[in-house]
Design a binder for this molecule. Structure first.
Ligand SMILES: *Cc1c(COP(=O)(O)O)cnc(C)c1O
Length: 398
């Protein structure tokens, strides 16, 4: 049998002429320095790579706000970093308390179950953030070894603002606290050491504004002691933090590192250090709040009450009779702006992570977003929304 050469369209035919403005829930636009770095391949164990890895760890210390030497990367999505954190710290019969606000926090619970943990899910319900006192009661009763939660639940745009209190409870009861900060890291404060967090998870394509497919986990000293002294072996060879440490701390072979992706990540992190965290947090807050004000002025409602609302990704309630697919397709096809639907919630989502938080992107997005609803015969006040965006940006001198 002969297998014929397939007919292939070159990318230039597949990709839109005008690049899409990526304003969804990730991946987000990347700075040119990140794109340039991503086009380079070098020796994964050479001298240059050794320096790059060293610098990624130093910059990680700043961005995660930690002194821990145990920062390791993984060639994989944010989910691989989630699994690396969970599977190294949870094994057969480990008692785990999983705080669940939605899709991603529930994924952490699933991973803990697959790792053999005995998992108690605390379902705080969509649109709510976790209340620390409720967790204290549960922890007193269950005495879990591990607690998992997300800082920002990207799926429905809720924000767990009592993370500091949860960290205090984890410390008091000697639990290992695993925090998913994929969408939030470098967009809002997170202080790993001060807040007693034992594993922080991040991905490339959201808060950090790098490419998807290369992710980081930071383990505290005590978390590292736990995974280092476990008597069994983690079943997932590629996610074994001890083996990953061969590459991340000894400049030796684990698997061939995603060199281009690491160079890209290096540049993304360098730009964060150059900007500094306080300035970056302020830029994110200013842009997100201005966008939120503009959206309500257009005539739409935000999905989450202000107190529990995530700023890194904004959830917008859809009017009845409108579905997210129609809105997302129209804004993409006609205005070349990408926004996101959801996993079941009646919302569309606009991201405010990294390069998405630039004033010119906000104006283009609000114009495209408001006009999309008008095109679909749901009348919104676009001029008022645009004016509110400008007014908010001038007013919110955060
Ligand atoms: C996007 C996201 C993930 C998953 O990242 P992938 O790269 O899609 O695997 C996990 N947690 C949170 C909070 C996220 O926003």
């Amino acid at each position: 049998m002969k297998i014929a050469v397939p007919q292939i369209d070159p990318l230039t035919n597949i990709l839109p002429e005008e690049p899409l403005l990526m304003m969804g829930a990730g991946p987000v636009p990347i700075p040119q320095a990140v794109a340039n770095a991503n086009s380079i391949v070098i020796n994964h164990l050479g001298k240059s790579m050794k320096k790059v890895v060293h610098q990624i760890k130093s910059m990680g210390g700043y961005i995660f706000q930690t002194d821990t030497p145990w920062i390791v990367g993984v060639a994989g999505p944010g989910s691989a970093a989630m699994e690396m954190a969970v599977a190294n710290l949870v094994w057969k019969d480990t008692s785990v308390l999983s705080i669940c606000n939605g899709f991603f926090s529930s994924r952490l619970a699933q991973m803990a179950e697959r790792s053999g943990g005995i998992v108690k899910k605390v379902d705080v319900g969509e649109k709510n953030s976790v209340v620390a006192q409720d967790i204290r009661d549960q922890v007193e009763k269950l005495r879990p070894t591990v607690i998992t939660l997300v800082q920002g639940e990207t799926s429905n745009t809720t924000y767990n603002h009592q993370l500091v209190e949860i960290g205090k409870i984890a410390k008091e009861f000697n639990c290992y606290l695993i925090v998913d900060a994929v969408c939030t890291l470098s967009t809002m404060p997170l202080k790993m050491d001060e807040w007693n967090i034992d594993a922080v998870i991040t991905g490339g394509q959201k808060g950090l504004s790098s490419i998807p497919g290369v992710s980081l986990v930071a383990f505290s000293e005590r978390a590292w002691d736990r995974l280092n002294s476990r008597s069994d072996q983690i079943p997932q060879w590629t996610l074994d933090a001890k083996l990953a440490s061969n590459f991340w701390h000894k400049n030796s072979y684990h698997y061939t590192a995603p060199v281009s992706g690491l160079l890209a990540l290096h540049e993304a992190m360098r730009l964060i250090c150059e900007e500094t965290l306080p300035v970056r947090f302020r830029r994110h807050l200013t842009c997100s709040k201005a966008l939120q004000n503009a959206i309500t002025t257009l005539g739409l409602e935000l999905y989450i009450q202000e107190e529990n609302r995530l700023n890194s990704v904004i959830g917008i309630s859809l009017p009845t009779n409108m579905d997210s697919k129609t809105v997302c397709e129209h804004i993409s096809n006609k205005y070349r702006v990408e926004i996101a639907g959801s996993f079941g919630s009646p919302i569309v989502r606009i991201g405010q992570m990294g390069e998405q938080c630039r004033v010119h992107n906000l104006f283009r997005t609000i114009h495209a977003f408001g006009s999309t609803f008008n095109d679909l015969s749901f009348k919104l006040d676009v001029p008022a929304g645009m004016a509110e965006l400008e007014n908010s940006l001038q007013r919110i001198n955060l």
